[in-house]
Design a protein. Structure first.
Length: 86
């Protein structure tokens, strides 16, 4: 369970950095952090997470326009961080 929370916390940081980079129009940096976020998702054991976390993970993975969804990534990062700290 603890490694899951570490991975989710790292995912939260990657999403926050991607969202901030998209807001600054640093698309190359943002894409790098989004790739890192997708890798982090593969590290998470979803059988140990609540349903709302699973839904958020799905939304991040299946985003069609990451640049457009930057504000949502910022919100997701906060939700992931809150889950990891609790």
């Amino acid at each position: 369970m603890e490694t899951n929370k570490v991975s989710i916390s790292s995912l939260a940081l990657d999403l926050r950095r991607a969202a901030q980079a998209y807001q600054r129009s640093s698309d190359r940096v943002a894409e790098r952090f989004m790739n890192e976020a997708i890798k982090r998702i593969s590290e998470i054991d979803t059988s140990l997470t609540p349903n709302y976390i699973k839904e958020l993970l799905y939304k991040v993975q299946h985003s069609t326009d990451p640049k457009k969804d930057a504000e949502e990534y910022l919100m997701y990062s906060t939700l992931f961080q809150n889950y990891a700290v609790a």
